[in-house]
Ligand binder design. Structure first.
Ligand code: URA
Length: 267
């Protein structure tokens, strides 16, 4: 035997002696053609941990690379909202729903979440922004009277707006603001599933019907809209300014009540 082999054997023997002193007597657990495993009982766990021939581990499915990096698309985020509460949280986080007026509150919508009649106005005004609820100012008081005249409590219906934040100076929502807000409103409509939508004013009617035309030419008809029927009448604020429109508005809401009863809507 060569000198170097002798040295190696004596090194191993010395190592085993020291090891036995520390961990107790060794057992030879298997002797194979190419491996001899020497175990001391107290190191079992350790040896398992450092098993040099582990069972093949099922490789984990790599997560699609894009999920980690790519921001979730708006359609996916909206689709993931299964309740109005979840949608409201998403709206609270959405900067794209804001106008260029700083510090406004979200005016999400109010009323019966299962309403068969949904009313959609244009955008919150100062009082709506302050209270976080649509149609609570002067126009809202007239709206309550209109609803009462056709036998609805405010709580029977659901009320929302095209915009969920107040525009500066109570100006009309601009086209860009309307486009940014629309997907959120459409998801809100999907979750409520009303049978009839009543648009209050030209901005609401033209935005939802995607038709740039006069209110006069839109009103008086029911349009199929995402599985519901949509109709348009004068905005209550316009009725306050121009009493001549009260008669046609009255005819419009009478038709809404009639259609509501025909469709056996509740309550
Ligand atoms: N006008 C609207 O269109 N919506 C409101 O909420 C208040 C006034």
């Amino acid at each position: 035997m060569s000198q170097s082999k002798n040295n190696l054997i004596s090194d191993i023997a010395e190592f085993l002696d020291i090891d036995e002193e520390v961990y107790g007597p060794h057992t030879v657990s298997s002797i194979g053609s190419d491996t001899t495993q020497i175990q001391s009982p107290d190191r079992k766990a350790e040896s398992d941990e450092y098993d040099s021939h582990p069972e093949p581990v099922q490789a984990e499915e790599p997560a699609p690379a894009q999920d980690a990096k790519k921001p979730q698309m708006l359609g996916d985020k909206l689709g993931a909202c299964k309740t109005l509460e979840e949608l409201k949280i998403l709206c609270e986080e959405a900067d794209e729903l804001r106008t260029d007026l700083d510090g406004t509150n979200l005016v999400f919508g109010v009323g019966n979440p299962k309403a068969d009649l949904m009313l959609i106005g244009e955008a919150p005004g100062q009082e709506e922004d302050r209270q976080g609820e649509p149609f609570v100012g002067v126009a809202g008081q007239l709206l309550n009277k209109i609803l009462a005249a056709i036998n609805f409590e405010r709580d029977d219906v659901y009320i929302a707006n095209i915009l969920k934040h107040r525009p500066p100076g109570n100006r009309n929502p601009n086209p860009d603001e309307r486009i940014r807000s629309l997907p959120y409103l459409l998801r809100q409509i999907e979750l409520i599933q009303p049978k009839i939508i009543l648009c209050l004013g030209k901005v609401s009617g033209t935005t939802l019907l995607k038709k740039e035309t006069t209110l006069k030419s839109l009103r008086g008809q029911f349009y199929p809209f995402h599985g519901t029927e949509l109709t348009v009448t004068y905005h209550p604020a316009a009725l306050l300014r121009n009493p001549h429109w009260k008669r046609p508005a009255w005819e419009d809401v009478q038709k809404v009540r009639q259609r509501y009863d025909e469709l056996r809507c509740k309550p």
